[in-house]
Design a protein around this ligand. Structure first.
Ligand code: SF4
Length: 373
């Protein structure tokens, strides 16, 4: 039985040192501690998060979360508006949100301060907040995605027993796109459980249903993380429902590193081709702030998108990735650095990369060139 307990926490928002290059978020907020969706693959059970043992049955509601966030933003001199995501080790729209409204109140604070938001959920309860999410999109930026890894209700019932069914999530996606086509909305296609959810037929059904619902992007990740704490729970539950797939997963995906590497490379290529065929993006367009970070973020988006494509096609991606991250962490505009001839001082910047990002810089007028001479 699920119980909700209201509890006071010291902090509410976490600032990431490097932005999440998948979801473009800088800040993360968990409105709840614990998640009653009870997904059997949930990474939140990994030891590294130090969550309580009955993570799926005892949920702590963060008391005064919206007021704490409001206070933090008002007092902070360095907290610039940037993408805030809710969830990570909880679903911000698990059933308790219907009564406690912690997520809704946080959204209202983000709207008030002009902060953009990215929301990822497995619940159709999110449609309750369409209006406030749309208002955030108008003043800053908003994007929404639903985790969907299968359209088979029986498989979903085992993997994500207390979340909305895949058909309800797809209906919620359609509701968003019907009401606000301008809001970016799509799916997070992760984790794709090897041998259970990776058939061509399953991929076609998932992508086809996203397309039919009007979704525009698919963030895919074949395979899964299986960290200490998470792995034991997942394998025990998988074995009880799908013993054949369990054994294949252990023998091939977990115990055979070369199989795992080849599997992920081939799946990435297959998923990329399938998205391209249907005209579904495999990346979201990011939030671009209208201050000194503007060109920094545009260049970082270009480099991080490039690094992602290199990564999933087996190319050398790290240099683009880290230079992109360093550029978006600059404390001044890269345009000014370029004008001073200081791009080389950015960590990871090479001559070839300098040439590659030149088109992002505003053209210099002939007067500027005259004054420089
Ligand atoms: S919805 Fe997310 S946080 Fe909640 S149990 Fe599932 S994977 Fe974990």
């Amino acid at each position: 039985m699920v119980t909700y307990t209201v509890k006071q926490y010291k902090g509410i928002v976490n600032k990431l040192k490097y932005i999440d290059s998948w979801f473009w978020c800088r800040y993360t907020i968990n409105p709840y501690n614990g998640c009653e969706h009870d997904c059997i693959y949930c990474d939140g059970r990994s030891r590294k998060y130090n969550m309580h043992d009955d993570f799926e049955d005892t949920i702590y509601v963060k008391q005064g979360a919206a007021a704490m966030l409001d206070d933090r933003i008002r007092r902070s001199r360095s907290m610039l508006p940037d993408v805030t995501t809710m969830g990570g080790v909880c679903d911000a729209y698990q059933a308790g949100e219907k009564d406690y409204k912690v997520t809704l109140e946080i959204l209202e604070v983000l709207l008030k301060h002009g902060f953009p938001v990215y929301l990822l959920t497995k619940s159709d309860l999110i449609t309750r907040d369409i209006d406030v999410i749309s208002a955030i999109n108008q003043t800053a930026w908003a994007a929404v995605s639903f985790t969907i890894t299968t359209t088979d209700p029986a498989v979903a019932r085992v993997l994500e027993p207390r979340a909305s069914t895949p058909s309800k999530r797809l209906a919620a996606l359609k509701a968003f796109k019907d009401a606000h086509p301008e809001i970016q909305a799509g799916i997070a296609y992760m984790p794709i459980v090897p041998f259970l959810e990776d058939s061509d037929e399953s991929i076609d059904q998932v992508l086809g249903s996203v397309k039919d619902a009007g979704g525009t992007f698919v963030l895919f990740a074949p395979g899964m993380s299986l960290r200490e704490g998470q792995q034991e729970y997942f394998l025990a539950r998988l074995k009880a429902a799908y013993p054949r797939e369990h054994d294949l997963l252990v023998q091939q995906f977990i115990n055979d590193e070369s199989f795992r590497k080849q599997y992920i490379t081939e799946m990435n290529k297959k998923l990329l081709a399938a998205c391209n065929k249907l005209g579904l993006d495999h990346r979201m367009q990011r939030y671009i702030p209208n201050d000194y970070r503007k060109i920094n973020y545009m260049i970082a988006e270009y480099l991080l998108n490039k690094s992602y494509d290199l990564q999933i096609t087996g190319g050398a991606w790290k240099s683009s990735f880290w230079t992109g991250q360093n550029i978006q962490n600059l404390k001044e505009s890269i345009v000014d650095m370029n004008a001073r001839g200081e791009l080389h001082s950015i960590r990871g910047m090479t001559k070839a990369m300098e040439a590659e990002i030149t088109p992002f810089f505003p053209k210099r007028s002939s007067l500027d060139q005259f004054l420089d001479a």
